[in-house]
Design a binder for this molecule. Structure first.
Ligand code: SF4
Length: 162
């Protein structure tokens, strides 16, 4: 796997019972590290790939346990940049699907646009396993405060499953 996508396997924070990161009540995992460095990024404090806690079996088990409640709609993966952290994103999605199948949803935020992901052999397979992609970098001059689930007008919400 190319190093530009692998990451350093650190999670900045896990938040439970979140209602702003996608539809329903969700568990949000913020991975550490992003190379895009968009001006005025609201998560610049976690651009550092070494920040936070190592993603290991114990943390994965904790996340699965938080998700395992009937009122939880699913998992939200944000950052940082989840697609520059495949050492977390791939096993996390795999563990989620093994445990919950399609009974809950996965939302993922990425600075990469859908068209880029669709044309990258390493990233494209992930599109089969997530339900909703919110794509594109944050663009400060297109910032809009009342957009649901995104920060600037260029970002798009793609519902990938019927
Ligand atoms: S892609 Fe996201 S996390 Fe990375 S710099 Fe841009 S807004 Fe911040």
């Amino acid at each position: 796997m190319s190093n530009c996508y692998e990451g350093h396997q650190h999670v900045a924070k896990v938040m439970k019972d979140v209602v702003t990161d996608g539809e329903g009540v969700r568990i949000s995992v913020y991975v550490s590290g992003c190379r895009f460095h968009c001006p005025d990024c609201f998560n610049a404090s976690i651009w550092d790939f070494q920040k936070g806690r190592l993603y290991d079996q114990s943390l994965e088990d904790e996340i699965m346990s938080l998700l395992d409640k009937p009122y939880i709609s699913g998992l939200s993966i944000l950052g940082g940049e989840p697609l520059q952290n495949l050492a977390i994103t791939k096993p996390l999605i795999k563990a989620f699907r093994n445990k919950f199948k399609n009974t809950k949803t996965i939302w993922l935020w990425s600075g990469y646009m859908l068209e880029y992901i669709q044309n990258d052999a390493q990233l494209k397979p992930l599109l089969n396993d997530i339900d909703v992609l919110v794509d594109g970098p944050f663009v400060a001059h297109l910032k809009k405060l009342d957009l649901p689930f995104r920060g600037s007008l260029n970002q798009r919400i793609h519902y990938l499953k019927p």
